[in-house]
Every structure is written in C-alpha cells, then in structure tokens.
Design a protein around this ligand. Structure first.
Ligand SMILES: NC(=O)c1ccc[n+]([C@@H]2O[C@H](COP(=O)([O-])OP(=O)(O)OC[C@H]3O[C@@H](n4cnc5c(N)ncnc54)[C@H](OP(=O)(O)O)[C@@H]3O)[C@@H](O)[C@H]2O)c1
Length: 243
C-alpha cells in the first residue's frame, strides 16, 4: 500500500499507517466504509463483496486505534457480526500502550430485537454497549442490561450528541463507526461525524444498491481531504470535517 497524499511514500508499514490515521485529540468519531466507483455500499447485499485487497488491513488497523466500535443493528445482523475481537498483533500493540486489549463493541438499536444469548454478548472479551432510545421496550432493555451496558441516548428521538457524550464519559473517546447506511445517516444528520475513511473499490456495479448513508433530511457537510492511500486500483480516502 502506498501513501499518495499528502506526500508519496511507497510500501507503507502498519506502524506508518497507524501514524497516518492516528488517534486525534479529544472525542473523535470516525466512520469507515467501502463503496464502488458508482457509489454502491453493497454487492449482493453485503459490503464484503466490495472489499478490495488492502481494505481488510485498514479495517483492522482502524479497529486497533479505536476505543469503541459502533455499528447499527441492521449491519450487525446482515454482516453476521459476532463478538468483537481485534487480531493478536492489535492486542499486542494495544497492550504496549496501556489500552484495553479489545475495543468495546457498541450496537445501536431502537427496537432492541437483539438476542442476549448471542455470541456478540456471550463471547465478548469486553462488556458491550447497547445504544438505544428511552422509547425502547423496557423488558428488552432489562434483558440486555444483564449482558451489556445500556446507553439511552434520547427519548422519542435518537440523540447522537448524547450518545457521543455518553461514550466519552466512559472514557471511550475514539469512536469508530462501521455502519450501516441508516445509522450513519443519522450521525451525519446530527452533525457528530469527524472523519470518513472511505475505500473506493475499483468496480462499477449499477443495480439498486444503496449508498453509504441515507436519512430523511439532507445535511450538507463540507469535508477536507486529509490523506489518500492506494493499493492497486483501490483508493483509501480520509476526509475530515471542516471546522
Ligand atoms: N459499504 C459499507 O462499508 C457498509 C458498511 C456497513 C453496512 N453495510 C451494508 O449496509 C446494509 C445494512 O444497512 P442498514 O442501513 O439496513 O443498517 P444499519 O444502519 O446498520 O442499521 C439500521 C438499524 O440500526 C438501528 N439504528 C439506526 N439508526 C439508529 C439510531 N439513530 N438510533 C438507534 N438505532 C438506530 C435500527 O435498529 P433497530 O431496527 O434494531 O431499531 C435500524 O434498524 C447491509 O447490507 C450491510 O452489508 C455496508
């Protein structure tokens, strides 16, 4: 993998990639997505079908840098997430820096149709967090509270600012969102996103696939190009919000 911007560097090491992405100061909400050249977020219903070589490496390194990995319940179900664990190299890297071995897994859901007995909770190396609203069913919330921390962010409406603050209060300041489009749309709508890491897969798809974000209202958000990496014909773009 080569760095293309801000300066050309060929064959960048993991250590260099970690430096390039970094853990920006303060509370930081980073999202990581992959899209085809024509903007599709899925191929045959999954993002996995889009991932070019190099994407798995960036995906893992971004997890390595994170305190918490935040995912919408739709993606958790469709992509078949299990307990969230980083690989051995990431564990070692995190241990050396006094960080917990694994990031916390946080799942966003209003309906809370999540099985407390699933491996997501049963095999979790760290107690997960369920992010929901005050209107979620109390019995479901109670059952999940036995296996996860429940973070209520907003009453009738999801309040992304409260979610961000609630994670930060737990010391989880480096927040990595891995999707999906509905949940990401609500983060853009609320203006809480700091960074988008976008893998551009060198394929055209057409068809009816959705984009990486959708919400009821548009929220134009100017972004600044921070860096560009390249592996083969795939680009790894990092855009940060203009402040
Ligand atoms: N290209 C990529 O990088 C990428 C990344 C991730 C996912 N994907 C793809 O995207 C598809 C899934 O996307 P999706 O939009 O259906 O699912 P999603 O955004 O992952 O999850 C939607 C669900 O998350 C919960 N949710 C969403 N917004 C919320 C909010 N503001 N507050 C609380 N909970 C909230 C709701 O759960 P409840 O229904 O439980 O209330 C909602 O049904 C899959 O095909 C997946 O493969 C692609």
């Amino acid at each position: 993998m080569d760095l293309v911007l801000p300066a050309v560097e060929t064959g960048v090491s993991d250590a260099r990639l970690l430096e390039v992405y970094g853990r920006p100061p303060g509370v930081w909400l980073r999202a990581n997505f992959v899209a085809s050249l024509d903007g599709a977020a899925t191929s045959e219903g999954l993002s996995a079908g889009l991932q070019p070589p190099g994407d798995g490496r960036v995906f893992e390194l971004l997890r390595r840098l994170a305190d918490v990995v935040l995912v919408g319940a739709g993606t958790v179900a469709s992509e078949g997430y299990t307990a969230l664990r980083v690989d051995d190299a990431s564990v070692a890297w995190r241990r050396e820096r006094g960080m917990p071995e694994h990031p916390v897994f946080a799942i966003a859901s209003r309906r809370l149709d999540l099985d407390p007995g699933s491996p997501i909770f049963a095999d979790a190396p760290v107690r997960p967090i369920v992010v929901t609203t005050g209107e979620s069913a109390e019995d479901r919330r109670g059952r999940l509270a036995a296996v996860a921390d429940v973070l209520v962010a907003g009453e009738a409406e999801f309040d992304a600012q409260r979610m961000r603050a609630g994670l930060a209060e737990r010391g989880l300041t480096q927040i990595l969102c891995e999707g999906g489009p509905s949940f990401f749309g609500s983060l853009i709508e609320a203006g809480v996103l700091d960074e988008l890491c976008l893998t551009v897969a060198p394929r055209l798809l057409s068809g009816g696939a959705q984009r990486i974000a959708h919400a009821s209202a548009a929220r134009p958000t100017p972004m600044h190009l921070e860096h560009v990496l390249r592996e083969g014909d795939a680009l790894f773009l990092c855009y940060r919000r203009e402040r």
